[in-house]
Design a protein around this ligand. Structure first.
Ligand SMILES: [Zn+2]
Ligand SMILES: [Zn+2]
Ligand SMILES: [Zn+2]
Length: 318
């Protein structure tokens, strides 16, 4: 006995614990599956991803889709549950399952407690369990009362609120994920194009806003996706919509009033050649304010926009 005590006392971790503990040592079982549903976008944190999803959902670019469902606690909705398999007759937890398996190569049938079988007990050949074993049946057995049954009772314990309930009482919780709506693609493409050109313009050392506000002559404030200011008197509105979709007359007409109300600005319209419909003419009244740049791709757009801005700044200096 004293030898044992000495051996135990030599165990520093144990001694430290006993010196600190004021109660008798007792093991508390804690089983946690730690299920946690969250969504992530790229490298940003789940919290930031959540904020992004909320924006995209609000703007109707994302749609919620059911990914699957799970059982949750009916009292607190937690999905951190322990699943207990019980005998339906005597409620014992000592439930065992037995499979009836067939070895595909020899056709023999045999019972097994699990599927980790690498040798056929009948013909002795090697088995690849996932490929050569066929499950013919499975049965549960209770060693406590000797009953066999096809499906056990499933009881659940909530790790969050500590309550117990059966699978019949459990709540079914849907797990959602998000996917972009079809129309979202074009909008996202455009956002990327704007941000790319914005960062390129920023390198030129001019004031650039994404988005920007301009005071109209009428006193109304107008917002544009990309606005550049050179000095106090000059501004440039850059419209990149034509890089991802065809220039539409509706859009031009909508912008018409805003453009006329902001004559202090040049309005630069950048479009891909394939998106320019030759039938759509810029209204002649607007021609004084609008410059149209037609490009093959985004790289050319960046070059041409930079060139345009450099000319604009140079013009000012002269
Ligand atoms: Zn039983
Ligand atoms: Zn066999
Ligand atoms: Zn609960």
């Amino acid at each position: 006995m004293s030898n044992k005590i000495i051996r135990l006392l030599k165990e520093k971790k144990l001694t430290t614990y006993i010196l600190k503990a004021n109660n008798k040592m007792k093991v508390q079982l804690h089983v946690s599956h730690k299920p946690h549903i969250s969504h992530k976008i790229g490298d940003v944190s789940t919290q930031e991803s959540r904020a992004l999803i909320d924006i995209l959902e609000r703007e109707d670019l994302f749609e919620k889709v059911v990914f699957g469902n799970t059982v949750a606690c009916p009292y607190c909705e937690s999905i951190d549950l322990v699943i207990n398999i019980r005998c339906p007759k005597c409620r014992s937890l000592e439930v065992e399952r037995e499979f009836v398996l067939e070895h595909a190569k020899c056709g023999m049938v045999f019972p097994a407690k699990n599927l980790k079988i690498f040798n056929c007990p009948r013909c002795g050949r090697d088995i690849k369990p996932d490929k050569e074993l066929r499950i013919i049946g499975s049965i549960f057995r209770c060693p406590s009362c000797g009953t066999s049954f096809e499906s056990p009772d499933i009881d659940l314990h909530c790790n969050t609120c500590d309550k117990d309930f059966s699978i019949r009482e459990a709540e079914i919780k849907k797990i959602y994920t998000y996917q972009f709506r079809e129309k979202a693609e074009e909008i996202l493409d455009l956002l990327y194009v704007y941000s790319r050109i914005y960062s390129e313009i920023e390198k030129l050392g001019v004031k650039v806003y994404l988005p920007g506000t301009i005071n109209g002559e009428s006193g109304v404030k107008h917002e544009f996706p990309l606005v550049l200011r050179a000095g106090n008197d000059k501004c440039l509105i850059i419209d990149l919509g034509g890089l991802v979709s065809s220039i539409d007359l509706d859009g031009l007409i909508r912008d018409y009033i805003k453009i006329l109300d902001t004559p202090q600005c040049r309005y630069l319209y950048v479009a891909k050649d394939e998106n320019v419909n030759p039938e759509i003419q810029i209204p002649s009244k607007l021609k004084d304010y609008i410059s149209l740049i037609i490009v093959k791709d985004i790289d050319e757009a960046i070059d041409k926009v930079k060139e345009y801005i450099n000319n604009l700044i140079g013009e000012k200096k002269r």
